[in-house]
Design a protein around this ligand. Structure first.
Ligand code: SAM
Length: 333
């Protein structure tokens, strides 16, 4: 698919064909298997000012929290006991968790025989290297948009080139690397979404997370409309067709915008779900956008419901680490 073909699909009224094709390709290359990741949102302190994000440093209406090192490790233990084979540690860009603290947390969690994914923002190559040496396996860093002008407008105290370099550093250091974008950002064009998708391919990302932008009332983008579920789904399906072996989550933002959004994503190319195991006392304050809908991994009924949903679409839950097949293929070269 070239850029024009991608644009044509993104603009099409009826995209059923691409959804079906993406589902078929996912099943052929990644199996009838869904990987679950336990997500721990361990701090909502953030030094960044991203215009769209509810936990940006300028928002005074959010109650800030940090889990202690002990709370993070105990939460990870609980996840491992529940059978999760991957722990995702996510936070705002919070310098309180310096390299020493992060490495100590990674080392403790690694003892649980789980894969560790970090999603803690832009760091130096040395910091990334230290995380890797401590046992971190994967890193998620969405480029957010590849339109450099739009990126500048949305990220007042950030640099597009630095974010890009971070992704190349992560790849070079041997992380299973994930990126992604938001769909429906103000001033974002269909052409730039096509460029985003081609960028995933150029980077040779191992994981891609795509979700609609959701407007937050305490941010500068409070009057901007939400992104479209359909457009995000089309971008997801096209990404799957172009990158058969990568891992693609059915994102929380998709479930938030549309009831059954997760199920629809899982039958249109996605193969990962990230239930949230953040302690309840903290969870509601990780409010990057309103009405965030995630599976509550602390609740056995919700987990059971998710498992049934996965079985209903003809899938089983993976029992292994769920390493991206794209990553494995490169290692084998
Ligand atoms: N600080 C880390 C970073 O910069 O990668 C990770 C945390 S950040 C809150 C996680 C992701 O949330 C971002 O990459 C962004 O795509 C998404 N996000 C933030 N605000 C959003 C919004 N209003 N709507 C949809 N997604 C949003």
């Amino acid at each position: 698919m070239d850029k024009n073909e991608i644009i044509e699909i993104l603009k099409s009224e009826n995209a059923n064909e691409i959804y079906k094709k993406a589902d078929k390709i996912r099943r052929e290359h990644c199996g009838n298997i869904v990987h679950l990741r336990a997500l721990i949102e361990f701090s909502n302190f953030c030094k960044k000012q991203c215009l769209y994000c509810g936990i940006n440093s300028k928002n005074k209406n959010v109650k800030r929290y940090r889990l202690s090192e002990n709370e993070i490790v105990e939460t990870a233990k609980q996840a491992a006991k529940l059978g999760f084979k991957t722990i995702v540690l996510q936070s705002g860009e919070d310098d309180f968790f310096d390299t020493k603290k992060m490495c100590s947390i990674i080392e403790s969690i690694k003892e649980l025989n789980v894969a560790i994914t970090l999603s803690i923002g832009e760091k130096t190559k040395e910091e990334y290297k230290a995380y890797k040496n401590s046992g971190a396996d994967r890193y998620l860093l969405r480029i957010e948009t590849t339109d450099e002008n739009l990126y500048k407008k949305l990220h007042p105290n950030s640099d597009f080139k630095n974010r890009l370099n971070c992704l190349y550093d992560l790849k070079e250091l041997g992380f299973e690397t994930g990126t992604g974008v938001m769909i429906g950002l103000p001033e974002q064009t269909i052409e730039s979404i096509a460029d985003d998708i081609l960028f995933f391919k150029k980077l040779n990302a191992d994981m891609v997370g795509l979700g609609p932008f959701i407007s937050h009332c305490d941010t500068e983008l409070k009057d901007s409309p939400n992104g479209s579920f359909e457009l995000a789904l089309k971008a997801l399906a096209i990404t799957r067709v172009l990158m058969p072996k990568i891992n693609i989550p059915a994102t929380t933002a998709m479930e938030t915008l549309l009831k059954d959004g997760r199920k629809i994503a899982l039958t249109s190319g996605a193969n990962v779900v990230m239930p949230n195991i953040t302690p309840l006392s903290a969870k509601s304050n990780y409010s990057i956008y309103p009405h965030k809908q995630s599976v509550n991994a602390n609740n056995s009924l919700e987990l059971e419901k998710l498992k049934n949903e996965i079985e209903q679409i003809g899938d089983t839950i993976s029992k292994d680490f769920g390493t991206s097949k794209n990553f494995i293929a490169q290692k084998d070269l």
